[in-house]
Design a binder for this molecule. Structure first.
Ligand SMILES: Cc1ncc(C[n+]2csc(CCOP(=O)(O)OP(=O)(O)O)c2C)c(N)n1
Ligand SMILES: CC(=O)[C@@H](O)[C@H](O)COP(=O)(O)O
Ligand SMILES: [Mg+2]
Length: 631
């Protein structure tokens, strides 16, 4: 069939299994083709083709609520709900979002991007349903990786206690981004090999009921026999003990299995957990055989060979590699260095570190809070923990940074990756809040390098700093390709760097917006305006000596940051000026406005919010003109 003609999932109701098999192949081929041009989360989506079709055939979305945990595997859902025609714009500026988006469709009942929220949201929907005395199914789909997230376990605990009607679909493909980790993963492995539990339990019930009852004693004994048999037959009655009816494990690519279990689940009171086994990347060899997470989320690729489309010219090293490899280099001479990642060993480029120091690298699963406090615990024992974590995911560990790390002034090095706009992943992943939520935390040092050479020195600074928590933020993508110093050196904490002298105005900035500031200063120079450009590489503590000097000279200031304005670096400069009595200094700020930034290429996003060289030129011209008028 022509997928582009699909308006909603109702067409599935009348289709035979054979027709559904054919549809599955068409959807797989469509995904492989479309994503070869756009990139995206090909592996996760190829794994849920039959599962998604079966859900939309057996249930009535949006009356029945289908939630997608993380949401990176919702492309098939988007195809079946009338958005196939938008896939050429997937994850592009003003195009189709790569995660569920309520504004896109009534079938996207819950927005995700960060992991492990679906069960909690589903519980909220189930409570609302029952209070409103409505009748509908609530169906969160959660992966084996997402299940390792603390929120998911909090939700299981609550759902099992409240015994709300809900059908949790556990999509178990044994993979997180990289192979899944943890004791929960081991329980799932046991369940995967234990074979179908549910039918055994039911047959047991029938059998035991046939035993002639001799009063309650035997029945109670029978119950105990049944329970002990349950333990005997199926290890890890983890979910049943939590109050769920556990079904499965079943083949998530087999329509008969899916339909049979969905219908059983529909008739089961209370929360059901249906354990579905799928193959990540199914139907596309390179993705299906991927054991490292390379095909979890990709750029464009060649369909016939599976080769990724490479940029035309050689790229400078990725920022994540620069940081992780410098940590690795330092770990050779400092045995105290331990790396911790919450399920992102591939994204944080920690494979080399893990290979060289297997006993000093911990992937804790999707557990950012746990990761941060493990780092804190390590620091109490005079180890040198390196917490490698994306800016957006660090949001999950805010209290652990405040309560465990900073309050105890523990020497943890936080490598804040993907700081700034990340682009295609959009609103849920932009790394724009970390300055605002860290700057006000006592004891913390927060810095950002202007290029990868300064970056390696910052890693050295962080790992040789012993006075408490120190965080270095760095962007997604690649460095600038600057020459790299052989020897690593430490930067004086709180020191800024003058990149260009000038006295009509000063631009204070750091990281990715330094080139923009230099370009603006050059343009303004040609207009007779001499602009000082300062690499304000320490966001906290600021270089108060240099800042008060600029304020004393009454030089107007423009701050620029690829981070949220409210509470950001510019706010810190405003606060400082006011606190030191510079009430009349001209200070302007450029940064991310008070809104969530959607998906798209970073250039278009910066253009759209006016974080551009042209805007900087305009702002400084106004400041300089005002200064001249006052002179
Ligand atoms: C809080 C949070 N931490 C980390 C991530 C990054 N992440 C995206 S998908 C993923 C793995 C999810 O594994 P699973 O739930 O099993 O889904 P699968 O990709 O196997 O279908 C991770 C760690 C995230 N989205 N949210
Ligand atoms: C869905 C998810 O959260 C991850 O797959 C994320 O998209 C990875 O981001 P990077 O591509 O920046 O590593
Ligand atoms: Mg998985």
């Amino acid at each position: 069939m022509d997928l582009l003609t699909i308006k909603d999932p109702s067409f599935l109701k009348g289709m035979s299994n054979k027709e559904l098999e054919a549809l599955s192949q068409e959807i797989r081929q469509f995904l492989i083709e479309k994503l070869s041009a756009t990139g995206g989360h090909i592996g996760p989506n190829l794994g849920v083709v039959e599962l998604t079709i079966a859900l939309h055939k057996c249930f009535d979305s949006p009356k029945d609520k289908i939630l997608w945990d993380v949401g990176h595997q919702s492309y098939v859902h988007k195809i079946l709900t009338g958005r196939a025609c938008e896939f050429d714009t997937l994850r592009q500026f003003k195009g189709l979002c790569g995660f569920p988006k309520r504004i896109e469709s009534e079938h996207d009942v819950w927005e995700t991007g960060h992991s492990s929220t679906s069960l909690s949201a589903a519980m909220g929907m189930a409570i609302a349903r029952d209070l409103k005395k409505e009748k509908n199914f609530v169906l969160p789909v959660i992966g084996d990786g997402a299940l390792t997230g603390g929120m998911a376990l909090e939700a299981l605990n609550h759902i099992g206690h409240e015994k709300k009607d809900m059908i949790v679909i556990l999509n178990d493909n044994e993979m997180s981004i990289a192979p899944n980790v943890g004791a929960l993963h081991n329980i799932l492995s046991q369940l995967r090999t234990a074979g179908k539990y549910q039918w055994v339990k039911d047959e047991l019930e029938v059998l035991l009921k046939k035993v002639p009852a001799v009063g309650g004693v035997l029945a109670a004994t029978a119950e105990r026999i049944k329970d002990s048999l349950k333990y005997l037959l199926v290890s890890g009655m983890f979910f049943e003990e939590l109050g769920f009816t556990y079904l499965g494990p079943i083949d998530g690519h087999n329509f008969e299995d899916l339909f049979e279990n969905f219908s059983y689940a529909k008739k089961t009171e209370g929360p059901v957990l249906l354990h579905v086994i799928t193959k990540k990347g199914k139907g596309f060899k390179p993705a299906e055989t991927d054991k490292t997470g390379t095909w979890h989320g990709t750029g464009p690729y060649k369909m016939d060979t599976g080769d990724f489309v490479k940029p035309n010219k050689k790229q400078p090293p990725a920022w994540s590699s620069l940081v992780s490899e410098t940590v690795r280099r330092m770990a050779r001479s400092d045995e105290r260095i331990v790396a911790i990642t919450p399920a992102m060993p591939v994204g944080s480029k920690l494979e080399g570190f893990a290979k060289e120091f297997p006993d000093r690298m911990y992937d804790v699963g999707i557990a950012e809070q746990h990761a941060a406090t493990v780092a804190a615990g390590l620091a109490t024992q005079n180890m040198k923990p390196f917490l490698a974590i994306y800016s957006t995911f660090l949001q999950r560990a805010y209290d652990q940074v405040v309560h465990d790390i900073a309050r105890q002034n523990l020497n943890v090095f936080i490598g804040i990756d993907r700081a700034g706009l990340v682009g295609a992943d959009g609103e849920t992943h932009q790394g724009v809040f970390d300055i605002a939520f860290l700057r006000h935390v006592p004891n913390i040092v927060l810095m950002m390098p202007k290029d990868e050479n300064e970056g390696q020195h910052m890693v050295y600074t962080a790992l040789t700093y012993d006075d408490g928590p120190i965080a270095m933020r760095f962007p997604r993508g690649n460095g600038l390709g600057v020459p790299m110093d052989e020897e690593l050196r430490s930067l004086p904490i709180g020191s800024w760097e003058v990149l260009k002298e000038g006295d009509d105005a000063a631009i204070l900035t750091f990281g990715t917006t330094v080139p923009m500031a230099m370009e603006a200063a050059e343009i303004l120079g040609k207009q007779g305006i001499s602009v000082k450009v300062v690499n304000a590489r320490f966001i906290k503590p600021m270089d108060e000596k240099m800042l008060s000097g600029i304020l004393h000279e009454n030089i107007p200031i423009l701050t620029i940051e690829e981070a949220i304005l409210q509470g950001g670096f510019g706010s810190a400069v405003l606060e400082y000026a006011h606190d030191k009595g510079f009430y009349y200094s001209q200070i302007d700020r450029m940064g991310i406005p008070d809104q969530f930034i959607e998906h798209g290429d970073v250039g278009s996003l910066l253009e759209e919010i006016g974080l551009t060289t042209e805007e900087a030129v305009k702002r400084v011209s106004i400041l300089a003109r005002k200064k001249q008028q006052r002179a």
